[in-house]
Design a protein around this ligand. Structure first.
Ligand SMILES: [Mg+2]
Length: 121
């Protein structure tokens, strides 16, 4: 079965969830309203998923593509910036592209996370 971008994204999100990696989907896109104004949401070229690599806190950008999906210039630029600044960036065409980065995290988060910036410190 040919895997679609959607199925690959689902597999990656499930994997990150199961391994307890802090991550979030990063929706981007745009639309035109009735009067023809174009609205963009999300940062141009930003990846489909962001994750934090424990315990260093390194940011990992994950751009999900199907087998033939092309990486756009703005995605390359965004990825290059992340890597230049010390992050990681991966173009994932399957879950196998992501697993080597996180492996089986030995680091276990203390649950629940302690919120910061509250009145009680
Ligand atoms: Mg994508």
């Amino acid at each position: 079965m040919r895997s679609t971008e959607k199925a690959t994204q689902r597999a990656i999100l499930d994997y990150l969830e199961l391994t307890g990696v802090f991550h979030w989907r990063n929706n981007t896109g745009g639309f035109k309203d009735k009067s023809g104004h174009f609205y963009r949401f999300g940062a141009l070229g930003s990846p489909d998923i962001f994750a934090i690599l424990p315990p260093t806190g390194q940011i990992v950008g994950i751009e999900v593509k199907d087998a033939k999906g092309k990486v756009t210039d703005s995605q390359r630029e965004f990825g290059g910036k992340l890597v230049y600044l010390g992050g990681q960036y991966v173009v994932a065409r399957s879950l196998d592209d992501v697993m080597p980065i996180f492996g089986r995290p030995k680091w276990k988060p203390k649950q629940p996370y302690k919120a910061i910036g509250t009145d009680s410190g």
